[in-house]
Every structure is written in structure tokens, then in C-alpha cells.
Design a protein around this ligand. Sequence first.
Ligand code: SAM
Length: 287
Amino acid sequence: MIINDEPARTIGILKKYDLMPRKKFGQNFLIDPHVIEKIIDAAQIEEGDCVLEIGPGIGTMTRHLCDRAAKVIAVEIDRDLVKILKEDLLKDKENLTIINEDILKVDTEELVRKENGGRPIKVVANLPYYITTPIIMGLFEKHVPMESLTLMVQKEVAQRMCAKPGTKDYGALTVAVSYYSECYLAANVPCNCFMPRPDVMSAVVRLKVLSEPPVTTGDPAKMFAIVKAAFGQRRKTLQNALVNAQGIDCTKEEVAEALESMGLPALARGEILSLEQFAAISDILTK
Ligand code: SAM
């Protein structure tokens, strides 16, 4: 049970250390105990787990993660916060390793090898919103051993991750996330759950990492080049979007033929294609 002392604790810490939350690091600290509880529950942390927390901030969630998991690794870019966490706020947490680094520069695969013998970790984070997509895609593309990612993100990004083909939210991020994981929206989170309040609504998503991609394609890099081109110019037909795109060597006629062979209109836009159909058209255009 998480006790409702978070707003007072956060104000107290900011005062004690004369801290101003840094906008450039996306510092919006969570102060709602119910939301913290929801994230921890959604993460399904078990006793033997190793957790990677990205951006522990002033340690609000980190304390609870340390109480549930066998080991917690927390990567924080802000040197001042790291000092306070190590010397005061979390100094009693013996199963915690704090790393002062930019998560985008960390060799996460090596970190998991060193800290958890290469066994899959669980990622839990209230992410800095200015780099949400690079963080998620970096972890997936580097094939970091992970069981799941439980993440606070901007609500709009959560909707894009979990979207269905043909909807306005469906895009390159949806296709990429569904290639690597199953997405589940765990909670919507209003602005007043943070200090300072962000300008946008937030949401908690849980991405359960798949052991194998749900589709097979001969050339995943080509499939993702097609996806990128299709959504880069999403109002164009797929024929027009692909014909001059980098890394895809094809004519309009070839795209039309491929679409028709899949039972789709020759003038279809990329936004109606499912992940399976992107894999299929990629393989047809490669032949
Ligand atoms: N976990 C805390 C909470 O829930 O209250 C803080 C969350 S705050 C939205 C994002 C945190 O990520 C901040 O502590 C910020 O300093 C940190 N951060 C921002 N950019 C980062 C980066 N590139 N690498 C690691 N941490 C980063």
C-alpha cells in the first residue's frame, strides 16, 4: 500500500534542496499515490525481478520498485538529482544501482548482461516526454533482453501505440510497437497528478515484449523503410509514397500490382495496411 504523502514529500524535497524542476529534462514529478500504485501493479513485478527505471527523478517510484524487485537499476541524466538520491533520498536502498547517464547513450544490452546475467529485465518509467519514441525504439531495435515496458507517456503517444489500422492515430509508431510487443493501455492520467503540471494529458501503457515478431519478413529493414515512407506522406497513395522513397527501389506499377495481388485497391493509402500486410508487400516488392 502506497501512503498518500507524495505531494508533501515532493514539495519538501524541492524546498530542502532548493530545486527547480528542469523543463529541458522533462521533469514533471509524479505526486499521485494512486497512479504510482497503478504503474507498479501494471508492471507485475515479482520478487526475483530486475527492473530498469529510466529517469528516477526524486525517487518517488524508485522507492517502491526497490521494495518489490530483487534489483533496480535507475538511469538519471540530472547530476544534481543523482547526488541527492545517492547521498540522501535513496541511500538506504541496498538493491539499487544509480547511473548518472543519458539513457540514449547507455549500452543497455551490456548493462543487462552485467547486472542481470543477460536475463530479461522489466522496464518501468515515467518517461521524459521529449524523447519518448527514441527511448522505446532504441530499446527494441538494440534487442535489449526485456520482458515488458510499463511506461507513463503522453496520452496522444499511448493512443498511437495502441491504435488500429485505418484510424487517425495509426502510424509508424503503432506498426513498430506491434512488431516487438503487445500494447495495453493501463490508465489515463490527468495533469494534476504531476508537479509541475504538464501541458498535456498522460497515460500508462504496458508493452509485453514478444519472444518472436508476429510476422515474418525476409527483410525487416526494408519493411520498416516502407512503413516510414507510407506514413511520412500519409495522405498520398502508397504508390506515390513509395516511388521516390529511399531504400525502396520500385515503380508505381509494381506497387499497384502488389496491392492488387493482396486483395487491396491499387490506389490504397499506406494507413489502411496492417503489420501483416506491410510484411507481405515488402516481401512481394523484394522479389
Ligand atoms: N520518475 C520520476 C517521477 O515519476 O516523478 C521523474 C519522472 S520525469 C517525467 C522524467 C525524468 O527523466 C526526470 O528525472 C529527468 O531528469 C529524467 N531524464 C530526462 N532525460 C533523460 C535522459 N536522456 N536519460 C535519463 N534520464 C532522463
